[in-house]
Design a binder for this molecule. Sequence first.
Ligand code: CTP
Length: 398
Amino acid sequence: MRIVLGVSGGIAAYKSAELARALIQNGHEVQAVLTHSAAEFITPLTFASLTGRKVITDLFDSANPMEHIAVAQESDLVLVAPATANVLARFAHGLADDFLSTLYFAFRGPVVLAPAMNNNMWEHEAVQVNLETLRRRGHTIVDPGSGFLACGSIGPGRLAETDKIVDAVERALTPPVADLDGETVLITAGPTQEPLDPVRYLSNRSSGKMGYALAQAAVDRGAQVILVSGPVALNPPKGVEVIHVRTAAEMREAVFANLEPATVVIKCAAVADFRPSVESKQKIKKTSARVSLELEPTPDILAELGRKRGDRLLIGFAAETENLETEARRKLETKNCDMVVANLVGKSETGFESDSNEVVLALRTGETIPLPRASKREIADQILGQVLKLRRDLIAKQ
Ligand code: CTP
């Protein structure tokens, strides 16, 4: 495919050279377009050498004054990485004053934007409003990572990792297959919080990213999606019905209130297993005495679903620190699931909070399928692929 790689002027511009290489390795042709400020950070020669094509930096220096239209017509996708606050604003508000922006407005295909900037700039209301406009336009935004920024601050703003951007490009280039059309998928995601007093609660490190990736993947594949979400810092995917809950008891209630239309239930949430037996109405005061907490078990929603599932497909999750497969098989049996997705938590690149995951699928058929490390979206699509297989097996048996 032909990809326009727009590079705008931020320190992360040097990372786009690597991105150009990764896209070429995936078999794409890359047309690099640099803004004037980008060319201050990295030379056009770098991109010309990597892509084997002339790099475009100016609107007016071409023998063809309509070059932006020609490039727009010949290209299959426009990617801008890094996308600065300025580029996002110009795209959002229709300001076309250089090659990249005129090309953007003349282009009709998929657009992927990977912003990078200082954390305060990223969090600025103006930037977030522009991003919302661009998301609503259907563009893919590859959110920046969090960490140490070139300016010395720590926070969100660092250009997403190359493989995450390449993943987003590949997905945007793949026409959606509505293979889950007709299914209603009920997904639970995130942690639960079990209050101890008005200011404290028991919870866990779940970020909700896996459940939200599943919701996005399911809706992209044509399913109706109901997402019951614990407290997370994520934007719900477009087109998904979201029910926000806090405690395990609230999650249970929301799940059973919405179970009726569901044909598939995916229990991805990291439900707290215990809650304080007594919720203090007032803040518990500090005393010099030692304090013991009495905990009681929360309702096991998945186990109850296992008893009341009817002919729905039921997928559970298992977060383990050891004995992944044995634990997955045990939960498959005890909770009466069709499949359990087991992930090893406690490692930094996978599991809770991470953008990638590595899981083992234990199926009722006896099959065990290890899924090597990939983005949570990629893993979500593979899980849904197995759900589809289970559905097809069921239909074939009828
Ligand atoms: N689960 C649930 N309700 C609970 C606890 C867990 O629905 N109160 C679901 C989770 O959503 C997940 C699965 O059960 O799909 C497994 O969760 P996990 O915490 O790994 O297992 P537990 O059953 O709690 O077993 P253990 O703590 O012994 O590992």
